[in-house]
Design a protein around this ligand. Structure first.
Ligand SMILES: [Zn+2]
Length: 322
């Protein structure tokens, strides 16, 4: 975790811009959704609070899918000397019998076990919202805007990014000149160590209508992986195809391609040209899916759009899915 002042990059936290040129693409529509979930609570005596905290640390904390970092686990109970405490989320333990089984080993007395309380699983983005949700649901802790920390933890190789975008722009302009039928959409798939860079172009008119450049790129990564394993007789276990890859692309991907990137478990996508009608990443684009940061999906990736005009790409018709 990098402290704001020590961050080597220039970050505009308010606008979400890194080094004045990479705009963080977020699902702004869901920022104020608390995504409330029920939790198991019990009442304990105030003098047992240390034992409760130790019990949680040993038995629950690392397993619970809900992070309670922005939630106070302990609040005052209705009677004096009594505390109401959150043991775990219902996502971790669904059935009452299982919950009671867990509590059998608790080194403190407890009363009134129930799953009636609901807490916001999303961390609020402003102090005002934190106060509002505390009053509405359950007391929260305000630790500053959670997105500031997300931005702080990003790592960029700016020289590599610029080089890759230079190539994308060049190949895309060449493609437009040579080939009038396929859209001049070009992508680059970069392996996590940066050693393998696979470029792909769109060939929907020459091959199949589904051969968008991202789909072609995923296929090329698969072929290259297959070849590598065959050569090394590598019995590497099956894993997600593009796990932790960075994907660069000239035009904002469509819903099919951005979903395929979810399934491939990429780390980051950087694109040049927003596609307002057909794109599926920006919150103003297409059907406003924000596919990379959609809470209905079980995986996410980072997305940035390059601001500025150093890397021109040919226009494609606004109704074309890229
Ligand atoms: Zn596409």
């Amino acid at each position: 975790m990098v402290k704001k002042k020590q961050n080597p990059y220039h970050i505009n936290y308010k606008e979400g811009i890194v080094e004045n040129c990479l705009l963080q693409i977020r699902n702004t529509g869901c920022c104020d959704d608390p995504r409330v979930k029920n939790v198991w609570t019990v009442d304990i005596r105030a003098r047992d609070s240390q034992q409760f905290i130790e019990f949680i640390r040993l038995n629950i904390q690392s397993n619970d899918p809900v992070s309670f970092q922005h939630i106070k686990r302990i609040k005052k109970g209705e009677e004096s000397g009594v505390l109401t405490v959150i043991v775990c989320s219902k996502l971790l333990i669904e059935e009452q019998d299982d919950f009671l089984l867990l509590m059998k080993d608790a080194p403190f007395e407890y009363y009134n076990a129930n799953d009636h309380s609901a807490v916001p699983t999303a961390a609020p983005s402003t102090k005002e919202l934190s106060l509002k949700w505390s009053a509405l649901y359950w007391p929260l802790v305000w630790r500053g805007n959670p997105n500031d920390q997300i931005m702080n933890d990003y790592v960029f190789d700016m020289a590599f990014i610029r080089n890759t975008l230079t190539t994308l722009s060049k190949v895309s302009l060449d493609q437009a000149e040579k080939n009038a039928s396929d859209p001049p959409v070009v992508s680059a798939f970069v392996s996590p160590n940066g050693r393998r860079v696979i470029y792909s172009t769109d060939s929907r008119c020459s091959t199949s209508p589904l051969d968008h450049s991202i789909m072609q790129g995923i296929r090329s990564v698969a072929a290259s992986e297959h070849e590598r394993q065959a050569k090394n007789c590598d019995q590497a276990e099956e894993t997600y195809l593009c796990l932790n890859f960075d994907v660069y692309t000239t035009h904002e991907p469509c819903s099919m391609c951005s979903m395929a990137l979810i399934h491939s478990r990429i780390k980051r996508c950087i694109f040049l040209q927003p596609m307002r009608n057909t794109g599926a990443l920006e919150s103003q684009s297409g059907d406003k899916y924000c596919m990379h940061n959609n809470h209905a999906l079980n995986s996410k990736y980072e997305v940035f759009r390059w601001l500025g005009s150093e890397y021109p790409v040919p226009e494609v018709n606004s109704d074309i899915c890229c």
